[in-house]
Write a protein that binds this ligand. Structure first.
Ligand code: PHE
Length: 346
């Protein structure tokens, strides 16, 4: 009988069947449990003979059940592993990927264009002092031009007693670069700037790129050639036409505002061609001029020895013009649908 029971255990093929068999043998109503109960009714002599036999049976059955359980479990695992093999040669499913933000991309494009013209990248702090942001750029304390820049001021001054503010333009990097590097100098300074302004065409934070060249014998012709070469390379068109208009900035003299011509194609403004052509127009893209003598002196250089030109332009605006976007605020909403509409999502 013992032999048959062990064979039966060894013959089970599923864990469920094995469990059912365990209950039938060792459960409360099980056959071996029944045998154990009979011990109580035996005489001591019978018990010394039958007791060890029944206990030995229970032990061998318990061991056989455990052994079979392990065997069936590992067989089940093997079967699952065999069924779940993956085909590594199948193409992976497309996962959503991030992408470079249009502003970051345009900053990279600008740095590349200017690197070809020999410009290095310079930086300055976004939390600036009023000397670098205004005074050194020929905007003394009472200068009305400070009012043009609706400025975010900090409540406390720095150790040097200077008022601290969020820089309103990248022009303070002109001063920092001259002081740190001397002349000759050829730099661009891309970065974030801040003004308290907010509507469809103004955000309180936006991006500018500054350019500065300091050398001997620099004149307006160098400025015009540089801007023309830069704008043609950036917009990737040879037919970019510039219009220079006299203007005023405290830190340049003379000052020049630069427009680019656009043509209307299906109601969209496309850069290229003279803005006076039928249907087109002119769009202001940057401010520039010959660096004011006072600014060269504030940079620690002798204005009789060194001359230069400077320009500043809005990166966000350039991105909008190049990629046809029409709401500045959308740049900072982080909406993936907007990004992918303009080809910026993976
Ligand atoms: N800093 C000026 C602005 O923010 C732009 C500018 C830069 C003009 C350099 C002239 C020279 O509007």
């Amino acid at each position: 009988a013992a032999r048959r029971t062990l064979d039966e255990i060894a013959a089970t093929t599923t864990l469920d069947a094995l469990e059912a068999l365990r209950v039938a043998l060792l459960g409360k109503q099980g056959s071996i449990s029944g045998l154990l109960k009979t011990l109580g009714k035996m005489t001591p002599e019978e018990r010394t003979i039958e007791g060890p036999k029944i206990h030995a049976l229970r032990e061998s059955v318990t061991a056989a059940l455990a052994e079979r359980k392990i065997a069936l479990e590992s067989a089940a695992l093997e079967a699952r592993l065999a069924a779940e093999t993956i085909d590594l040669t199948l193409p992976a499913p497309d996962a959503p990927r991030g992408s470079v933000h249009p502003i970051a991309q345009v900053m990279d494009e600008l740095a590349e264009v200017f690197a070809d013209l020999g410009f290095a990248v310079a930086t300055g702090p976004e939390i600036e002092d009023d000397w670098h942001n205004f005074t050194a750029l020929n905007m003394p304390e009472s200068h009305p031009a400070r009012a043009m820049h609706d400025t975010f001021y900090f409540p406390d001054r720095n150790e040097a007693g200077r008022e601290m503010l969020l820089r309103t333009h990248t022009s303070p990097v002109q001063i920092r670069a001259m002081i740190a590097q001397g002349a000759p100098l050829r730099i661009i300074a891309p970065g974030r700037v801040y003004r308290s302004d907010s509507d469809a065409t103004h955000t309180p934070m936006f991006h500018q790129i500054e350019g500065l060249v300091i050398d001997k014998g620099i004149h307006l012709g160098h400025l015009k050639w540089t801007l023309e070469t830069f704008l043609k390379a950036f917009f990737e068109r040879d037919d970019v036409v510039l219009r220079l208009r006299p203007s005023y900035f405290p830190f340049t003299e003379p000052s020049v505002e630069v427009d680019v011509g656009y043509t209307l194609i299906n109601g969209k403004r496309v850069i290229g061609g003279s803005g006076d052509a039928s249907g087109g127009g002119w769009m202001e893209v940057l401010g520039s001029g010959m660096v004011n003598r006072k600014v060269i002196a504030a940079g620690g250089l002798d204005p009789d020895e060194w001359q230069g030109f400077a320009f500043g332009t809005g990166v966000d605006r350039l991105a909008m013009l190049k990629y046809g976007m029409d709401d500045l605020r959308a740049f900072f909403d982080g909406d993936a649908r907007w990004l992918s509409h303009y080809g910026f999502a993976a």
